[in-house]
Design a protein around this ligand. Sequence first.
Ligand code: AP5
Ligand code: ZN
Length: 218
Amino acid sequence: MRLILLGAPGAGKGTQAQFICERYKIPQISTGDMLRAAVKEGSELGLKVKEIMTSGGLVSDDLIISLVKERIAQPDCENGFLFDGFPRTIPQADAMKEAGVKIDHVLEIAVADEEIVKRLAGRRVHPDSGRVYHVEYNPPKQEGKDDVTGEPLIQRDDDRESTVRNRLAVYHEQTAPLVDYYRQWAEEEPQAAPAYHRVEGIGSVDEITRKVAEALEG
Ligand code: AP5
Ligand code: ZN
């Protein structure tokens, strides 16, 4: 299965990706996680993108498209993959279309902006695995520690309130148009286009997981 998770920052893409990838045995391709790993390593790519990410802007399409093309050519993507945070602009979506990358499902997780600010303020992550928690809504078993490794959890640099507001503005301007892009394509060419599903992202993590499974398995 090949699928795209679409949704605002903090909508729960990473959270639901964990469940979907386990269930369908496919790798999670989070462009955000890949870029954060590059920043942490201090690689050339990392140095290029650090400032943009901290401000909540988008990294250039060319850079992202080549990163993703390289990633999906890896052997573990043969049976499918999940895109989390990609595509994020119309040119990124067009690049996949032009490369003939066939996607089975686009799943939109819809959450209002006010809820997102609360979610991101309480988010904690395990940087090496990308596992995501929330101090109140999805707490780890042991405070401040990852459930699997016991290593410390951290707060992301871009989860400061002013940056969150900028990320939301960028989302509405550049990424939200993909909702219509994929919806229209599904209407016009139901055979070639991915199936489009929209799930309301408000409710407990388990409730959303149930809705996601229902949408994908119909
Ligand atoms: P990226 O890492 O993709 O960030 P994002 O899209 O802003 O999304 P988030 O990771 O913030 O949110 P999420 O939807 O995964 O939510 P989560 O599950 O963590 O991108 C970061 C940056 O990298 C970008 O700003 C850009 O600079 C760059 N970048 C990445 N991809 C790019 C691309 N394609 N093109 C250009 N630039 C790119 O959940 C959030 C919180 O809510 C957690 O604490 C979680 O525990 C909690 N939560 C989840 N579900 C629920 C629920 N149902 N109820 C209550 N709380 C919940
Ligand atoms: Zn994420």
